[in-house]
Design a protein around this ligand. Sequence first.
Ligand code: G6P
Length: 418
Amino acid sequence: MKFTIVGAGSSYTPELLEEMAVRRDSLPVKEIVLYDIDENRLNIMHGFCERFAKKLNLDVKIRATLDLDDALYGADFVDTQIRVGLNAQRVVDEKIPLKYGLVGQETTGAGGMMKAFRTIPVMLNVAERMEKLAPSGWIINYTNPTGLVTEAVTRYTNANIAGFCSGGIFPKMWAKSSMGIEYDRVQYDYVGLNHMNFISNITIDGRPITQEEFDKLAETNGEVNPELSRLLGVLSSPYLQYYYHTTKKVNSLLAAPKTRGEYVQELEKEVYDAYADPNNADKPAALAKRGGGGYSEVAMNFVNAVYNNIDTEMVVNVPNNGAVSFLPDTAVVEIPCLVNKRGMAPIHVGKVPEMCWGLIAAVKNYEQLAVEAAVEGSVDKMKWALLAHPLVREYELVEKLVPELLEANKAYLPQFKL
Ligand code: G6P
């Protein structure tokens, strides 16, 4: 198996190796190709991965390349984890909306839209090269915003892509950390979009959970008020905090000494110093302070399901095609799918909790317009997208935000001809 990592300079790369080591008996990964556009980070990561693989007793050839076609050619799986403009641009995404009293966040609101604008052209290029160089291979996408990236790739190319987020296993993680219950004992209905999803009908060993167990899960989620979760009777993605607690959230973002992106920049330095140390073969402790933990587990679970043709239920970002009755077929939704060698088949999602419809529909409306704006380089569609977004919506704000956001991102938006 050839496994390629696009954006291999990401701090998370070693976690993929770790997961490969756990599954070494069932997944014969022969070659790992590390690709990045940053030669320095690529070399550091390559050195560390060699040491880490040795420590894990992972018998695999690891090589690094700056040539995308070389990386993609004949790949069975291509994990994409890029951050166009790095965390410096993330900080810009966080700060501009906040100036106007709006949520400033990596994937949510106007900032998340700019991340999508920077990322979609680069990801479409990767997907188009995949179509030519590895037409039966799979893109496993972790690049944020994963819902919009997956929608762009599925609407505009024929590449195989599965869009993931560690959020799909959050209820399992919450059950494990609060009650010590193993993942495979916990099942649930899951519906919505990436970072806009709702979890209901939760069972443990097939029996409905008790109110006490529900409360424990809601408290472990924490970001959304547990009392609110009780009132709704469903658990929500932690990102619903930006919708259900908007004023409180904006105030706390304004009061914070630094943004999450600024904090992550400091963490990255610590993590990378550890990776660069030629005597170090251990995963840096600071990595545990990042939010993306668990994603390698999901990624390799997908590889296992496809490669070994093992029917596996997984939450994936896929084109709707009727699964959620009130959304267009092309809309990418985050729902449970049956995964095996044939790919992904959405599982009927059941009843969508009625108090969640409006938010899901509005945010999908924004997402579809944002994807089109990103591809067409259309300023008008960019404005439509923001007008449709429940966290922006006001015309006067949109007119102020748009020129500022475009100016701050112009180095990364060739499609907008600025
Ligand atoms: C969660 C989200 C990811 C996001 C990450 C941010 O895992 O699901 O979409 O990328 O948090 O973590 P960070 O450490 O970069 O703030």
